[in-house]
Ligand binder design. Structure first.
Ligand code: NAP
Length: 326
Protein backbone atom coordinates (compact mmCIF):
# COMPACT_ATOMS: atom_id res chain seq x y z
CA UNK A 1 0.00 0.00 0.00
CA UNK A 2 0.93 3.70 -0.08
CA UNK A 3 1.12 5.91 3.00
CA UNK A 4 2.41 9.34 3.99
CA UNK A 5 5.77 8.77 5.65
CA UNK A 6 8.02 11.24 7.50
CA UNK A 7 11.62 10.22 6.66
CA UNK A 8 12.96 13.37 8.43
CA UNK A 9 10.97 15.83 10.56
CA UNK A 10 10.47 19.28 9.07
CA UNK A 11 8.09 21.51 7.11
CA UNK A 12 5.14 20.27 5.03
CA UNK A 13 7.58 18.95 2.39
CA UNK A 14 8.70 16.36 5.00
CA UNK A 15 5.49 14.42 4.20
CA UNK A 16 6.35 11.79 1.56
CA UNK A 17 3.78 9.53 -0.20
CA UNK A 18 5.63 6.23 -0.39
CA UNK A 19 5.08 2.50 -0.83
CA UNK A 20 5.12 0.67 2.54
CA UNK A 21 4.16 -2.83 3.81
CA UNK A 22 0.45 -3.54 4.33
CA UNK A 23 -0.60 -3.61 8.02
CA UNK A 24 -1.96 -6.92 9.35
CA UNK A 25 -4.78 -6.97 11.93
CA UNK A 26 -3.91 -8.68 15.22
CA UNK A 27 -6.15 -9.97 18.01
CA UNK A 28 -9.15 -7.68 18.44
CA UNK A 29 -8.21 -5.50 15.47
CA UNK A 30 -9.84 -4.68 12.15
CA UNK A 31 -8.20 -3.80 8.83
CA UNK A 32 -9.86 -0.77 7.19
CA UNK A 33 -9.42 0.22 3.55
CA UNK A 34 -9.22 3.98 3.93
CA UNK A 35 -11.46 6.29 1.90
CA UNK A 36 -10.44 9.52 3.65
CA UNK A 37 -8.54 10.85 6.65
CA UNK A 38 -8.42 14.36 8.15
CA UNK A 39 -5.74 16.74 9.41
CA UNK A 40 -5.35 17.41 13.13
CA UNK A 41 -2.99 19.88 14.84
CA UNK A 42 -1.19 16.89 16.41
CA UNK A 43 -0.20 15.70 12.90
CA UNK A 44 1.69 18.95 12.37
CA UNK A 45 3.59 18.52 15.64
CA UNK A 46 4.36 14.90 14.67
CA UNK A 47 5.66 16.06 11.27
CA UNK A 48 7.88 18.63 13.00
CA UNK A 49 9.32 15.93 15.27
CA UNK A 50 7.67 17.21 18.48
CA UNK A 51 5.00 14.53 19.02
CA UNK A 52 6.00 10.88 18.69
CA UNK A 53 3.23 8.31 18.27
CA UNK A 54 2.47 6.37 21.48
CA UNK A 55 4.12 2.91 21.84
CA UNK A 56 2.58 0.36 19.49
CA UNK A 57 0.90 2.95 17.24
CA UNK A 58 1.55 3.30 13.50
CA UNK A 59 4.50 5.58 12.63
CA UNK A 60 2.45 7.24 9.89
CA UNK A 61 0.37 10.31 10.77
CA UNK A 62 -3.44 10.38 10.88
CA UNK A 63 -5.69 10.20 13.94
CA UNK A 64 -8.93 9.35 12.16
CA UNK A 65 -10.31 7.88 8.97
CA UNK A 66 -13.36 6.63 7.16
CA UNK A 67 -13.46 3.57 4.92
CA UNK A 68 -14.60 -0.03 4.51
CA UNK A 69 -13.76 -3.03 6.66
CA UNK A 70 -11.34 -5.19 4.63
CA UNK A 71 -10.49 -7.97 7.13
CA UNK A 72 -11.14 -8.98 10.73
CA UNK A 73 -8.41 -10.06 13.15
CA UNK A 74 -8.97 -12.96 15.58
CA UNK A 75 -11.62 -12.43 18.24
CA UNK A 76 -13.49 -9.56 16.53
CA UNK A 77 -17.28 -9.72 16.46
CA UNK A 78 -19.97 -7.22 15.54
CA UNK A 79 -18.29 -6.06 12.30
CA UNK A 80 -18.22 -7.61 8.82
CA UNK A 81 -16.05 -7.22 5.73
CA UNK A 82 -17.50 -4.42 3.58
CA UNK A 83 -19.03 -2.43 6.49
CA UNK A 84 -18.76 1.32 6.00
CA UNK A 85 -17.07 2.76 9.07
CA UNK A 86 -15.10 5.61 10.55
CA UNK A 87 -12.45 5.19 13.23
CA UNK A 88 -10.51 6.92 15.96
CA UNK A 89 -6.80 6.12 15.47
CA UNK A 90 -3.57 6.50 17.41
CA UNK A 91 -1.86 6.99 14.02
CA UNK A 92 -1.73 5.62 10.47
CA UNK A 93 -4.77 7.34 8.94
CA UNK A 94 -2.77 8.97 6.10
CA UNK A 95 -2.58 5.61 4.28
CA UNK A 96 -4.52 3.35 1.94
CA UNK A 97 -5.03 0.81 4.76
CA UNK A 98 -4.94 0.99 8.54
CA UNK A 99 -5.39 -1.41 11.44
CA UNK A 100 -7.81 -0.29 14.18
CA UNK A 101 -8.72 -1.78 17.59
CA UNK A 102 -12.35 -2.87 17.13
CA UNK A 103 -13.48 -0.68 20.05
CA UNK A 104 -12.46 2.43 18.11
CA UNK A 105 -14.69 1.74 15.10
CA UNK A 106 -17.96 3.54 14.53
CA UNK A 107 -20.57 3.03 11.84
CA UNK A 108 -20.99 5.96 9.44
CA UNK A 109 -23.78 8.03 11.03
CA UNK A 110 -27.09 8.13 9.20
CA UNK A 111 -27.22 11.07 6.81
CA UNK A 112 -23.42 11.45 6.51
CA UNK A 113 -21.42 10.70 3.36
CA UNK A 114 -18.70 8.01 3.79
CA UNK A 115 -15.90 10.43 2.85
CA UNK A 116 -17.08 13.20 5.16
CA UNK A 117 -17.36 10.75 8.06
CA UNK A 118 -13.53 10.98 8.23
CA UNK A 119 -14.04 14.45 9.76
CA UNK A 120 -15.90 13.09 12.80
CA UNK A 121 -14.08 10.66 15.12
CA UNK A 122 -11.45 13.00 16.60
CA UNK A 123 -13.71 16.02 17.10
CA UNK A 124 -16.74 14.13 18.42
CA UNK A 125 -14.66 12.02 20.83
CA UNK A 126 -12.62 15.00 22.07
CA UNK A 127 -15.62 17.27 22.56
CA UNK A 128 -17.85 14.60 24.09
CA UNK A 129 -15.20 13.35 26.51
CA UNK A 130 -14.15 16.82 27.68
CA UNK A 131 -17.27 18.99 27.55
CA UNK A 132 -19.80 16.34 28.55
CA UNK A 133 -18.04 13.41 30.31
CA UNK A 134 -15.52 15.52 32.30
CA UNK A 135 -17.03 19.03 32.52
CA UNK A 136 -20.68 17.83 32.58
CA UNK A 137 -22.12 20.74 30.57
CA UNK A 138 -25.83 20.96 31.31
CA UNK A 139 -28.73 22.47 29.33
CA UNK A 140 -29.07 26.26 29.86
CA UNK A 141 -25.46 26.57 31.02
CA UNK A 142 -23.00 28.77 29.09
CA UNK A 143 -20.09 27.14 27.22
CA UNK A 144 -17.17 29.25 25.96
CA UNK A 145 -15.33 27.60 23.05
CA UNK A 146 -11.96 29.06 22.14
CA UNK A 147 -11.18 28.70 18.43
CA UNK A 148 -14.88 28.30 17.60
CA UNK A 149 -14.28 27.84 13.86
CA UNK A 150 -11.67 25.08 14.29
CA UNK A 151 -12.42 21.43 13.66
CA UNK A 152 -12.95 20.96 17.39
CA UNK A 153 -14.77 24.29 17.79
CA UNK A 154 -17.35 23.72 15.04
CA UNK A 155 -18.31 20.39 16.63
CA UNK A 156 -18.35 21.81 20.17
CA UNK A 157 -20.73 24.61 19.11
CA UNK A 158 -23.10 22.19 17.39
CA UNK A 159 -23.17 19.60 20.18
CA UNK A 160 -23.65 22.18 22.93
CA UNK A 161 -26.47 23.88 21.02
CA UNK A 162 -28.12 20.54 20.23
CA UNK A 163 -28.10 19.75 23.94
CA UNK A 164 -29.61 23.09 24.95
CA UNK A 165 -26.63 25.15 26.15
CA UNK A 166 -25.81 28.79 25.41
CA UNK A 167 -22.57 29.05 23.43
CA UNK A 168 -19.88 31.73 23.24
CA UNK A 169 -16.97 31.47 20.81
CA UNK A 170 -13.68 33.22 20.16
CA UNK A 171 -12.21 33.47 16.66
CA UNK A 172 -9.75 35.71 14.84
CA UNK A 173 -11.89 37.04 11.97
CA UNK A 174 -15.43 38.28 11.34
CA UNK A 175 -15.90 35.63 8.63
CA UNK A 176 -15.11 32.87 11.13
CA UNK A 177 -17.37 34.37 13.79
CA UNK A 178 -20.20 34.65 11.23
CA UNK A 179 -19.78 30.97 10.45
CA UNK A 180 -19.98 30.10 14.16
CA UNK A 181 -23.21 32.14 14.36
CA UNK A 182 -24.63 30.06 11.47
CA UNK A 183 -23.83 26.95 13.51
CA UNK A 184 -25.80 28.44 16.41
CA UNK A 185 -23.23 30.31 18.54
CA UNK A 186 -24.92 33.01 20.62
CA UNK A 187 -21.97 35.15 21.76
CA UNK A 188 -19.26 36.07 19.24
CA UNK A 189 -15.87 37.37 20.42
CA UNK A 190 -13.04 38.45 18.12
CA UNK A 191 -9.96 37.52 20.16
CA UNK A 192 -7.80 39.94 18.14
CA UNK A 193 -9.97 42.97 18.98
CA UNK A 194 -11.87 42.16 22.17
CA UNK A 195 -11.07 40.99 25.70
CA UNK A 196 -12.91 37.69 26.09
CA UNK A 197 -13.13 38.01 29.90
CA UNK A 198 -14.94 41.35 29.64
CA UNK A 199 -17.17 40.11 26.80
CA UNK A 200 -18.21 36.97 28.71
CA UNK A 201 -18.94 39.02 31.83
CA UNK A 202 -21.05 41.42 29.81
CA UNK A 203 -22.99 38.68 27.99
CA UNK A 204 -23.72 36.73 31.19
CA UNK A 205 -24.59 39.70 33.47
CA UNK A 206 -21.36 39.13 35.38
CA UNK A 207 -21.98 35.42 36.01
CA UNK A 208 -19.24 34.03 33.73
CA UNK A 209 -19.01 30.84 31.66
CA UNK A 210 -20.01 27.54 33.28
CA UNK A 211 -17.67 25.54 31.05
CA UNK A 212 -14.72 26.66 28.92
CA UNK A 213 -13.18 24.43 26.22
CA UNK A 214 -9.64 25.73 25.82
CA UNK A 215 -7.05 25.14 23.10
CA UNK A 216 -4.56 27.80 24.27
CA UNK A 217 -3.22 26.42 27.57
CA UNK A 218 -0.75 28.68 29.41
CA UNK A 219 -1.53 31.92 27.57
CA UNK A 220 -5.20 31.88 28.58
CA UNK A 221 -4.99 30.05 31.94
CA UNK A 222 -5.52 33.01 34.25
CA UNK A 223 -8.00 34.79 32.02
CA UNK A 224 -9.97 31.57 31.60
CA UNK A 225 -10.24 31.19 35.39
CA UNK A 226 -11.36 34.83 35.59
CA UNK A 227 -14.03 34.17 32.96
CA UNK A 228 -15.42 31.11 34.80
CA UNK A 229 -18.67 31.22 36.74
CA UNK A 230 -18.98 29.97 40.33
CA UNK A 231 -18.73 26.16 40.09
CA UNK A 232 -17.25 26.63 36.59
CA UNK A 233 -15.18 23.97 34.80
CA UNK A 234 -12.20 24.73 32.57
CA UNK A 235 -11.39 21.85 30.19
CA UNK A 236 -7.98 22.29 28.57
CA UNK A 237 -7.27 20.27 25.42
CA UNK A 238 -4.47 22.21 23.72
CA UNK A 239 -1.26 24.11 24.35
CA UNK A 240 -1.19 26.47 21.37
CA UNK A 241 -0.31 29.24 23.87
CA UNK A 242 2.31 27.24 25.78
CA UNK A 243 2.49 24.53 28.45
CA UNK A 244 3.60 26.39 31.60
CA UNK A 245 1.34 29.04 33.08
CA UNK A 246 0.60 30.61 36.44
CA UNK A 247 -2.69 29.68 38.09
CA UNK A 248 -4.35 31.98 40.63
CA UNK A 249 -5.56 29.35 43.09
CA UNK A 250 -7.28 32.05 45.14
CA UNK A 251 -9.61 32.82 42.25
CA UNK A 252 -10.18 29.11 41.69
CA UNK A 253 -10.99 28.58 45.39
CA UNK A 254 -13.37 31.50 45.61
CA UNK A 255 -15.25 30.24 42.56
CA UNK A 256 -15.19 26.60 43.70
CA UNK A 257 -14.03 25.95 40.13
CA UNK A 258 -12.19 23.04 38.50
CA UNK A 259 -9.46 22.74 35.87
CA UNK A 260 -9.03 19.55 33.85
CA UNK A 261 -6.73 18.61 30.98
CA UNK A 262 -6.87 15.50 28.81
CA UNK A 263 -5.24 14.14 25.68
CA UNK A 264 -7.11 11.49 23.69
CA UNK A 265 -4.34 9.87 21.67
CA UNK A 266 -2.38 8.16 24.44
CA UNK A 267 -5.35 7.01 26.54
CA UNK A 268 -5.62 3.25 27.22
CA UNK A 269 -7.68 1.23 24.70
CA UNK A 270 -10.46 0.60 27.24
CA UNK A 271 -10.93 4.34 27.89
CA UNK A 272 -10.99 5.11 24.18
CA UNK A 273 -13.54 2.34 23.60
CA UNK A 274 -15.74 3.78 26.37
CA UNK A 275 -15.59 7.26 24.80
CA UNK A 276 -16.34 5.86 21.34
CA UNK A 277 -19.32 3.91 22.75
CA UNK A 278 -20.64 7.06 24.47
CA UNK A 279 -20.27 9.05 21.25
CA UNK A 280 -22.15 6.37 19.33
CA UNK A 281 -24.94 6.42 21.91
CA UNK A 282 -25.28 10.18 22.49
CA UNK A 283 -23.85 11.96 19.44
CA UNK A 284 -24.59 9.70 16.47
CA UNK A 285 -28.41 10.12 16.70
CA UNK A 286 -27.93 13.91 16.38
CA UNK A 287 -26.62 13.44 12.80
CA UNK A 288 -29.71 11.46 11.81
CA UNK A 289 -31.90 14.22 13.29
CA UNK A 290 -30.02 16.86 11.27
CA UNK A 291 -29.01 18.73 14.45
CA UNK A 292 -25.30 18.18 13.80
CA UNK A 293 -23.25 17.80 10.60
CA UNK A 294 -19.61 17.44 9.61
CA UNK A 295 -17.97 20.79 8.81
CA UNK A 296 -15.49 20.23 5.99
CA UNK A 297 -13.51 23.17 4.63
CA UNK A 298 -12.02 21.29 1.68
CA UNK A 299 -10.91 17.88 0.40
CA UNK A 300 -7.40 17.34 -0.95
CA UNK A 301 -5.66 14.23 -2.34
CA UNK A 302 -3.94 12.28 0.45
CA UNK A 303 -0.73 12.18 -1.59
CA UNK A 304 -0.66 16.00 -1.28
CA UNK A 305 -0.94 16.05 2.51
CA UNK A 306 1.69 18.82 2.45
CA UNK A 307 -0.84 21.23 0.89
CA UNK A 308 -3.39 20.32 3.57
CA UNK A 309 -0.85 20.95 6.34
CA UNK A 310 -0.07 24.39 4.88
CA UNK A 311 -3.76 25.34 4.98
CA UNK A 312 -4.14 24.27 8.62
CA UNK A 313 -0.88 25.88 9.75
CA UNK A 314 -1.98 29.19 8.22
CA UNK A 315 -5.45 28.83 9.83
CA UNK A 316 -6.90 29.21 6.35
CA UNK A 317 -9.75 26.82 7.10
CA UNK A 318 -13.07 26.53 8.91
CA UNK A 319 -13.80 23.06 10.32
CA UNK A 320 -11.83 20.12 8.96
CA UNK A 321 -9.48 19.55 6.03
CA UNK A 322 -9.93 16.08 4.53
CA UNK A 323 -7.33 13.90 2.80
CA UNK A 324 -8.92 11.63 0.20
CA UNK A 325 -7.21 8.31 -0.54
CA UNK A 326 -6.65 7.37 -4.22
N1 NAP B 1 -6.46 16.95 23.94
C1 NAP B 1 -6.96 16.28 22.92
O1 NAP B 1 -7.29 15.11 23.03
C2 NAP B 1 -7.15 16.99 21.62
C3 NAP B 1 -7.74 16.33 20.52
C4 NAP B 1 -7.92 17.05 19.34
C5 NAP B 1 -7.52 18.38 19.26
N2 NAP B 1 -6.93 18.97 20.33
C6 NAP B 1 -6.51 20.39 20.30
O2 NAP B 1 -7.64 21.17 20.04
C7 NAP B 1 -7.25 22.36 19.37
C8 NAP B 1 -8.07 22.50 18.11
O3 NAP B 1 -7.73 21.45 17.22
P1 NAP B 1 -8.16 21.48 15.68
O4 NAP B 1 -7.57 20.31 15.01
O5 NAP B 1 -9.60 21.70 15.62
O6 NAP B 1 -7.34 22.78 15.23
P2 NAP B 1 -7.52 23.86 14.12
O7 NAP B 1 -8.70 23.57 13.25
O8 NAP B 1 -6.22 24.00 13.45
O9 NAP B 1 -7.81 25.19 14.95
C9 NAP B 1 -6.91 25.89 15.73
C10 NAP B 1 -7.72 27.05 16.29
O10 NAP B 1 -6.93 27.83 17.18
C11 NAP B 1 -7.49 29.13 17.15
N3 NAP B 1 -6.66 30.13 17.79
C12 NAP B 1 -5.40 30.52 17.47
N4 NAP B 1 -5.00 31.51 18.31
C13 NAP B 1 -6.04 31.75 19.16
C14 NAP B 1 -6.23 32.65 20.24
N5 NAP B 1 -5.28 33.50 20.63
N6 NAP B 1 -7.43 32.60 20.89
C15 NAP B 1 -8.38 31.74 20.54
N7 NAP B 1 -8.26 30.86 19.53
C16 NAP B 1 -7.09 30.87 18.84
C17 NAP B 1 -7.67 29.37 15.68
O11 NAP B 1 -8.55 30.45 15.50
P3 NAP B 1 -8.48 31.43 14.20
O12 NAP B 1 -8.40 30.51 13.00
O13 NAP B 1 -9.74 32.19 14.28
O14 NAP B 1 -7.24 32.26 14.38
C18 NAP B 1 -8.25 28.03 15.24
O15 NAP B 1 -9.65 28.04 15.35
C19 NAP B 1 -5.75 22.23 19.09
O16 NAP B 1 -5.06 22.91 20.09
C20 NAP B 1 -5.51 20.73 19.21
O17 NAP B 1 -4.20 20.42 19.57
C21 NAP B 1 -6.75 18.30 21.49
Amino acid sequence: MYAITIPEPGGPEALVWDEVPDPVPGEGEVLVEVVASAVNRADILQRQGFYDPPPGASRYPGLECSGRVAALGPGVSGWAVGDEVCALLAGGGYAEKVVVPAGQLLPVPEGVDLRQAAALPEVTCTVWSNVFMVAHLRPAETLLVHGGSSGIGTMAVQLAKALGARVAVTAGTKEKLDYCAELGADILINYREQDFVAEIERATDGAGADVILDNMGAKYLNRNVQALAVNGRLAIIGMQGGAKGELNIGTLLSKRAAVSATSLRARPLGEKAAIVAAVREHVWPLFADGHVRPVVDRELPMSDAAAAHRVVEESGHIGKVLLVAP
